[in-house]
Design a protein around this ligand. Structure first.
Ligand SMILES: [Zn+2]
Length: 309
């Protein structure tokens, strides 16, 4: 989580305004644009002292090490939040699948922070409620059945999983039939199968993302230092001041234009480590339809099944 905080501070992260929302009045440039990944429903930090209207579909995750996890009484709720100190001058709020995160100046007192939370409570509770509803909707979807004939999202379309017994494990993708054939040894588990499918996605991602980055970098007019895949992130991409780009391999679920949008977006951060109009001008120059892509990416993210929780 520390690394994320760093990236966030640098303003290079790509998240969704909807899924990972910054409070309207907290002018944090790094939260201006953001994209969700279909994270499994794992956590609900809104622990009520009285029962909520709606049952909570998700278990509460144990706190992660090193996180400053706190509670504040807001109306009849005990609101849990993670507090981060930063050099910024104002208190910032963000709601994502992990609940509420508050970023406050180093010298800001806890009382001031709690007052700020209370002042923002309507926005915070609404956002947490939206998250909870979405998680519930995701959980309502039947999970993918890992069997022969299963449909997997791939580059904006679907591929069919073909399973057969083989003397040794092997993976073959046939682009003509859009079939991903997995030879499985006797006794192979579903866990192993999922691991191998995931690895296949990652391999494809490595090749495709490198190709797209090399295509777009000269168009954007930048050179990136290196790129790597991310996965457990709750973001689609990020870029550091060292020009290191990370792209989430789950982008492979989406069509190429959406992948290109994220690629162009992260490369543009090499010019501007923020989401200022100047940044968007760089994006627009190479990707004029970026507004549409932004919306579409957000919609697609919400529709996705959770394949690898
Ligand atoms: Zn960005």
């Amino acid at each position: 989580m520390q690394a994320h905080a760093a990236l966030q501070a640098e303003g290079g992260a790509l998240r969704t305004p909807d899924e990972r929302s910054a409070a309207p009045s907290s002018p944090s440039p790094s939260t201006a644009s953001a994209f969700p990944i279909p994270a499994p429903a794992t956590v609900n930090l809104l622990r009520p002292t009285v029962p909520l209207k709606r049952p909570d579909p998700s278990p509460v995750t144990p706190p992660q090490d090193g996180e400053d996890r706190r509670q504040v009484l807001v109306g009849s709720f005990i609101l849990e939040y993670v507090l981060r100190r930063s050099p910024r001058r104002s208190i910032g709020f963000m709601v994502d699948d992990n609940g509420l995160r508050v970023t406050a100046p180093k010298r800001c007192s806890l009382a001031d922070i709690e007052n700020a939370i209370r002042a923002k409570q309507n926005w915070i509770l609404t956002k947490l409620d939206e998250r909870r509803e979405r998680r519930a909707a995701r959980l309502d979807k039947p999970p993918l059945e890992w069997k022969d004939g299963a449909k997997l999202p791939y580059l904006g379309s679907e591929i069919t999983l073909r399973l057969y017994h083989a003397p040794r494990n092997r993976t073959d993708f046939n682009p003509a039939t859009n079939e991903l054939a997995m030879g499985l040894v006797q006794g192979a588990t579903e866990l192993l199968l999922k691991e191998r499918v995931k690895n296949w996605y990652k391999q494809q991602a490595e090749g495709l993302f490198a190709q797209r980055l090399d295509l777009y970098a000269p168009r954007v007019g930048v050179q990136y230092a290196s790129f790597s895949l991310s996965s457990a992130d709750s973001r689609w991409g990020s870029c550091t001041v060292q020009r290191v780009i990370r792209l989430n391999w789950k982008l492979m679920y989406f069509s190429l234009p959406l992948i290109d949008y994220v690629v162009a977006h992260e490369l543009a951060h090499i010019h501007e480590m923020n989401h200022s109009p100047r940044f968007w001008a760089h994006v627009e120059r190479v990707y004029p339809q970026y507004e549409e892509a932004k919306q579409l990416l957000r919609r697609r993210s919400q529709e996705l099944p959770v394949l690898f929780p």
